[in-house]
Ligand binder design. Structure first.
Ligand code: PGA
Length: 227
């Protein structure tokens, strides 16, 4: 099974969410080997869930782009996993933009993974090569068994130039050594409709994390079809 994850990042207004799903719904062709995950910003998650139900798209589920490292409680501004667990199956955590702009630490990210597991939401943990081992080591042992990892080389994100497939394979093989054998490892960084099949074809890569190319529903549907 391959995961194709749309990370909208901090983009789109409320009315654009409906348009995205309508357009995507028209062009999307489900494939049995692909699980599509759409991760809109927090304020849109419940509307997106309603819309998905209405469209009844096969093999498409929802995710969030982050989650609080804390449970419910006095944590002003935080979104606890319990608030969204009814409608999302996945949560991206530890994205390099969260690390860079919000100064998230390995331990905070490990706490997020723990929160997700307690709520039954599958974490998609983003890592880059220099710290993958340390980040994985910060997780609780029991959290290693239910995890998706996304390898995202910093220089490839949003740059238009994905990492060379040989290098992706080398790093993915290295990351796999720190993980249980069954852990899916995704690649992310400037994946587009015309190169998606190359990255999904790398042995050991079980999916793709898509930023820029997921903002356009037609492009994302094409990517999912061609990958
Ligand atoms: P990109 O982003 O596809 O725009 O490079 C990938 C990501 O940050 O997940």
């Amino acid at each position: 099974m391959n995961y194709i994850v749309a990370n909208w990042k901090s983009n789109k207004k409320f009315d654009e969410v409906w348009v995205w799903f309508d357009e995507f719904g028209k062009q999307y062709q489900p494939r049995p080997e692909h699980e599509i995950v759409v991760a809109p910003p927090f304020p849109f998650v419940f509307e997106a869930s309603k819309k998905l139900k209405e469209l009844d798209l096969d093999r498409v589920s929802l995710g969030v782009q982050d989650v609080s490292p804390f449970p419910f409680g006095a944590y002003t501004g935080a979104v606890s996993v319990g608030m969204v667990a009814e409608v999302v199956n996945y949560a991206i955590v530890g994205h390099s933009e969260r690390r860079e702009y919000f100064h998230e630490t390995h331990q905070e990210i490990a706490n997020k993974v723990e929160q997700l597991h307690e709520a039954g939401v599958m974490p998609i943990l983003c890592v880059d090569a220099p710290y993958a081992r340390e980040q994985i080591a910060a997780l609780r042992k029991e959290d290693l068994d239910k995890l998706i990892v996304a390898y995202e080389p910093l220089e490839a994100i949003g740059s238009g130039t994905p990492q060379e497939p040989e290098e992706v394979k080398r790093v993915v093989d290295e990351i796999a050594e720190y993980l249980p054998e069954s852990t899916p490892i995704l690649y992310g960084g400037s994946v587009k409709p015309d190169n998606a099949h190359i990255y999904l074809g790398i042995e050991g890569v079980n999916g793709l994390l898509i930023g820029g190319a997921s903002l356009d529903p037609g492009k994302f549907a094409t990517l999912a079809k061609q990958a």
